[in-house]
Design a protein around this ligand. Sequence first.
Ligand SMILES: [Zn+2]
Length: 187
Amino acid sequence: MLMSGFFLKVFNKCFNQSFILDEITRRKDRKTMTTKILSAGDIIEARCTKCREVLNHRIVAMVEGKVVRVECNTCNGVHNYHAPPAVKAAKEAKAPKKAASKPRLTSAAPRASRRDPVEVEREEWASLHPTFDIEKALSYDMNARFNVKRLILHPSFGLGVVKAVIVPNKMQVLFKEGIKLLRCHCL
Ligand SMILES: [Zn+2]
């Protein structure tokens, strides 16, 4: 009896010790749990819609690991979770960076190089027009001889400037409507 009483004492001592150890590990687990994964009932910082301040809130509802609804510890109001401004600002700061890194399709450049050549010619004529001296313009005559840069007056195309002479009998003339190929006497 004395022996069994002794063993009982030892057994109780061991049991108590193991129980205490178990309780310590359980407390440790709980502590790490709260820092890592949030769950309903936990206290977190959130912006209160009524108090208009960042205050401690108790998590009321969570969806897919994200806090959805919280209860304010100050006013006890239950509302949707609003992240504190610091967290929100950090999230927003990251977002534009992602958008900026995305390659943008630039269709303006190829379109510019593929511009209608007639349109370019018309613009050139418009830019040259103020320099034209009508007094010096020669009336167009298919049997006359014209030099490059010669200003001519055509009955239907109007004022134009000779851009190029193509031997033996043609010339390129820039008119308001664009470059026209006209007959001339080049030789
Ligand atoms: Zn509140």
